[in-house]
Design a protein around this ligand. Structure first.
Ligand SMILES: C[S@@+](CC[C@H](N)C(=O)[O-])C[C@H]1O[C@@H](n2cnc3c(N)ncnc32)[C@H](O)[C@@H]1O
Length: 382
């Protein structure tokens, strides 16, 4: 049986409007324009957001995402013509989402970023910026020199170019780490010797330099921002570096489209450790709900449930009765009936979608649920 037929058979049991085979929705579409400005583990695909924006929202409205992540909801809300507000506990995710959604003078941006590359080349011979023990362990000496020289060049740039440069730096650092090519998501130890590469089916060598990535990602970033600027609407996007359990919103959103963390799956700060080490961003890992490092034992699940209840109770303060709340989760532990009930949300539909995964070496089929809820009438904000 071919892979395509297997997928088609699989789709007989699930929501077809939300599940696409590789042929119907190729990777290039799932990672279009700014959605692939930087790798991010745990995002949902833009097409899922598009479906729910069309079904439950109107252009001119305002969409709230309490778990912004890499900014998928904010980007799609903007293309849809709605304003968007979101928060995230990870400073890196906030930086990335702001860079994706901002308006730019593209010619000036391109000039600044190319200038930063030149400055970094000039400075790298004498580059000896601050570097942590972590950076020295995960980068070859030359690669680290080049990254630090580029970081120093970014200090000469004004905003918004400096922030865009930080995303180029972080993406380049990710590629330049001393990891194998096939384990960029969860590397455990730095690789300093040639190794057999499962991805390329040959012996590969650890990366020794970073400039080729800085150059490549500068061009790719400008290209992606240009593509997005052609469809970007003039609707406001606000990104807050706050805890979703307590965040304040100065606007009244029309509803929510979000994908929360799942208990015990991902450490969101840790997945971008290189960015925190290089950029000196504020760390709030202790405030992550359901971090991977806590596992999914009983105590961790109970904390996760009370964390999620707090998030949706807090969000409800800003929402009207009947407002749509769309939550994309993998509720394999059946936690959400309790969460929604305690948070004052009414579940109208539970949809299942098949997730088409092509990256990483994770095996097995993966499903997501979409919980379509509304703010319950007796619980709505006053
Ligand atoms: C599944 S990801 C969201 C992915 C997003 N939908 C996207 O497409 O990129 C969950 C996010 O929740 C954030 N998060 C975890 N605990 C949080 C908290 N207490 N307040 C705000 N955000 C939090 C994590 O940092 C992570 O970015």
């Amino acid at each position: 049986m071919t892979a395509a037929r297997t997928q088609e058979a699989l789709y007989a049991d699930i929501d077809l409007e939300l599940s696409w085979s590789e042929r119907e929705l190729p990777q290039v579409e799932r990672t279009k324009h700014v959605h692939s400005l930087h790798p991010y583990l745990g995002k949902f695909i833009p097409q899922v957001v598009e479906v729910f924006l069309r079904r439950y929202f109107r252009p001119g409205g305002c969409i709230f995402d309490p778990f912004v992540g890499s900014g998928t909801t904010l980007v799609e809300a903007n293309v849809f013509g709605a304003s968007a507000i979101g928060c995230d506990i990870s400073a890196f995710n906030c930086l990335l989402s702001r860079v994706k959604t901002q308006a730019y003078s593209l010619a000036a941006l391109e000039l600044s970023l190319k200038g930063a590359l030149e400055t970094a080349r000039e400075r790298q011979a004498s580059s000896s910026g601050d570097s942590s023990e972590w950076l020295r362990r995960w980068f070859a000496p030359q690669a680290l020199k080049e990254l630090l020289a580029y970081r120093s060049a970014l200090e000469d740039l004004d905003e918004p170019a400096a922030s865009v440069g930080k995303i180029v730096l972080s993406r380049s650092a990710r590629s330049a780490r001393l990891t194998t090519h096939f384990d960029l998501d969860f590397p455990r130890t730095a690789i300093t010797e040639p190794y057999f590469c499962f991805k390329h089916k040959r012996t590969c060598r650890p990366v020794e330099e970073a400039f080729k990535f800085l150059k490549r990602y500068t061009a790719d970033t400008i290209r992606r921002l240009r593509q997005f600027s052609a469809i970007r609407k003039d609707a406001e996007v606000v990104v807050l570096h706050t805890d979703a359990r307590t965040t304040d919103l100065l606007v009244k959103p029309s509803g929510i489209v979000t994908s929360p963390p799942y208990p015990g799956l991902i450490d969101y700060h840790e997945q971008h450790r290189y960015a925190y080490e290089l950029l000196g961003l504020e760390e709030r890992a202790v405030d992550e709900i359901g971090p991977g490092s806590r596992g999914h034992g009983r105590a961790a699940q109970a904390d996760y449930v009370s964390g999620m209840v707090a998030v949706f109770e807090n969000a409800r303060r800003f929402l009207d009765e009947g407002a749509p709340v769309i939550i994309v989760v993998n509720d394999s532990r059946n936690l959400y009936d309790d969460i929604l009930d305690r948070a004052g949300l009414t579940l109208s539909e539970r949809l299942t979608r098949h997730v088409n995964r092509r990256t990483g070496r994770r095996a097995g089929e993966f499903y997501e649920e979409v919980l379509v809820c509304t703010v319950a009438s007796d619980q709505a904000s006053r």
